[in-house]
Design a protein around this ligand. Structure first.
Ligand SMILES: Cc1cc2nc3c(=O)[nH]c(=O)nc-3n(C[C@H](O)[C@H](O)[C@H](O)COP(=O)(O)O)c2cc1C
Length: 158
């Protein structure tokens, strides 16, 4: 069974709710899922997963330093995450508050690791975003992305 990690930082619980939804959908699609706060994760953990999905609140148009630190620490695995499936999600306060730049910043790091990312033609294109607490629209985007990434992971790793 392919293994997925959903790892997130969340100060007030909004990104955490998105993480929970993504984890639940990945599991429903037949992946073994670990849901971890970034504070409880070590970069070396990443080696153990086929699919890695990272989330952060939008802080000044990018990810919170807690997730950036985690990604910077992942340099010691450089080259070893190549070919794994990756994704990103965020919650921001405002519609134009930098949520897409946050998702893309996280995806940049995953791409630099040589990971495989997938956009969505219909739902949030780069990765799910929420405005504050995730509403039904955001949860639907979490579901659509999680289904896509689960299907891709199974294609590559089942
Ligand atoms: C330090 C800081 C910076 C923030 N920067 C932005 C920002 O640039 N754009 C925005 O829309 N919201 C910004 N916010 C609001 C958070 O992104 C928003 O409240 C989010 O839903 C929090 O997610 P969480 O509940 O997972 O912690 C900021 C909040 C903090 C504390």
């Amino acid at each position: 069974m392919p293994k997925a990690l959903v790892c997130y930082y969340s100060r007030t619980g909004n990104t955490k709710k998105m993480a929970a939804k993504i984890g639940e959908v990945l599991e429903s699609q037949g992946l073994a899922v670990d849901l971890k706060k970034v504070e409880d994760a070590a970069a070396a953990d990443l080696l153990g997963y086929d699919c890695i999905i990272l989330g952060s609140p939008t802080y000044y148009g990018t990810m919170a330093w807690e997730l950036k630190k985690f990604l910077d620490e992942s340099v010691k695995l450089h080259g070893k995450l190549r070919g794994k499936v990756g994704g990103a999600f965020t919650s921001s306060a405002n519609i134009g508050g930098g949520n897409e730049t946050t998702v893309v910043d996280i995806l940049h790091a995953l791409l630099i690791h040589g990971m495989v990312v997938q956009g969505h033609h219909q739902f949030d294109h780069y990765g799910p975003v929420a405005i504050g607490r995730p509403d039904q629209r955001s949860l639907d985007c979490c579901e659509a992305h999680a289904k896509n990434l689960a299907a891709l992971t199974k294609k590559l790793f089942a």
